[in-house]
Design a protein around this ligand. Structure first.
Ligand SMILES: C[S@@+](CC[C@H](N)C(=O)[O-])C[C@H]1O[C@@H](n2cnc3c(N)ncnc32)[C@H](O)[C@@H]1O
Length: 403
């Protein structure tokens, strides 16, 4: 067993995995789990079976291949950020965008004392503890007994219990029962306005402090603003923190000439595929050709959202990204990727008459927003606690000295 208890608030000096340690096993960004290393046990995943004993003695961060040769995983040190991604959800939790924003706006630093309620799944508690360590203290309140028990166990197992005091208490009804003690307060409660007056008493009365409440509905914000204002808090501000992911992709960027060549080839192929009766007499064939060409243009424009785009369902590979051909032009929207038929090394666009023949467009790197965006989580309301009696300013101090 590890001699020194692992802590989420610091890294281990030797950075080595020992029997009894927690390890975050990373297979992919969306596929991580946390395990406790125990000699004789196995970690099983789609890549095969990994012996815990093979992990003991390795450095955190090691990339470990499976004995089946089918894949690999990373063995990571458990940090608050990773814990937020792997923890068992007992409630809604705070994620890293809100966590980092709130910690910054509360000016959290090592050595600070802070109140948090409710504890919930302890997602935010872990980040707070790491930030105010080693000398700070977190007072966290939760009125649901089972959640209290689970969080208490986790704080102990994660080497945080010496700096976290967890109480089972309804803070809206019974308050925090703390006076002149903390630098910051964070409330993730359904009715935070009911805890504002008690939070005010808990602030160190001779220092400026910060409070933040986290509420999904604007009505909750409205009531909390009133409570904050009534209790003398100043500098009341509200924010919403939204994460916007961008995918980076490489797409082929066709020249106008290549695109026109491809269009001609597609039209030719379409014409060949028409029933004979429609191709003759010549006039009918011309008419049909015109119709087809129009149809292709409309389909392509709809698909690709690119003014000069071409391409039909029959010319694509079936990938979800196959949406016609990107053309280098003023009006092209490079953020819409396309995957036309993959190119071969040698074929030249100008000699090809078959749309399935391969041509070599240049590649270009673009970003685009994925279809699904994570939307609103909650509003963040911040306010400042100011001491009732301000410390004397320089003029007052000088006047006092002279007197
Ligand atoms: C959304 S969760 C908090 C999640 C937490 N911020 C996290 O990141 O894991 C809200 C918690 O507040 C607790 N709660 C609600 N009202 C409370 C009250 N009056 N006193 C104490 N806890 C309360 C709930 O039981 C719940 O666990």
């Amino acid at each position: 067993m590890s001699v020194v208890q692992q802590s989420f608030a610091t890294y281990k000096e030797n950075n080595t995995i020992e029997d009894g340690d927690l390890v975050v096993v990373y297979l992919a960004r969306e596929n991580m789990s946390i395990i406790r290393i125990k000699d004789g046990e196995y970690f099983n995943c789609k890549f095969g079976s990994y012996k815990h004993s093979d992990m003991i003695g390795l450095e955190y961060g090691t990339k470990l291949g499976s004995n089946t040769g089918r894949g690999f995983l990373y063995l990571l040190y458990p940090t608050p950020e990773l814990w937020t991604q792997v923890l068992p959800h007992r409630t809604q939790i705070l994620y890293i965008a809100d966590i980092s924003f709130v910690m910054n706006f509360l000016n959290l630093k090592p050595g600070m004392s802070m109140i948090e309620s409710g504890t919930g799944s302890g997602s935010f508690s872990h980040s707070i503890a790491r930030t105010i360590a080693p000398t700070g203290h977190l007072y966290t309140f939760e009125y649901h007994q089972e959640r209290v028990n689970a969080a208490k166990k986790e704080f102990e197992e994660h080497g945080l219990s010496h700096m976290v005091t967890l109480q089972c208490r309804d803070v809206c009804k019974d308050g925090f029962n703390m006076e002149n003690k903390v630098d910051a307060v964070f409330l993730d409660l359904p009715a935070p306005w009911e805890a504002v007056a008690s939070a005010k008493k808990a602030f160190k009365q001779d220092k400026i402090g910060k409070i933040c409440t986290f509420s999904p509905c604007i009505e909750q914000i409205s009531r909390t603003v009133t409570a904050l204002s009534d209790n003398g808090f100043v500098d009341i501000q509200m924010y919403e923190c939204l994460i916007r992911f961008n995918e980076i992709r490489v797409i082929p960027m066709w020249t106008i000439e290549e695109a026109m060549e491809k269009q001609r080839a597609i039209e030719k192929k379409r014409k060949r595929a028409l029933p004979r009766v429609l191709r003759e007499p010549a006039a009918a064939a011309d008419e049909q050709e015109e119709e087809e060409a129009k149809k292709i243009k409309i389909e392509s424009a709809d698909d690709s959202n690119v003014s000069s785009a071409i391409g039909t369902p029959s010319s694509t590979t079936g990938s979800e990204m196959d949406e016609g051909v990107q053309v280098k032009s003023e009006t092209a929207t490079p953020s819409v990727p396309s995957t036309p038929i993959l190119s071969s090394e040698t074929a030249s666009p100008s000699t090809s008459s078959d749309p399935r023949e391969r041509i070599d467009p240049k590649n270009v790197m673009v970003t685009r927003l994925p279809v699904e965006q994570r939307g609103h989580t909650s509003y963040l309301l911040f306010a400042t606690f100011t001491p009732a009696t301000q410390p004397p300013n320089l003029t007052q101090q000088n006047a006092a000295k002279k007197a």
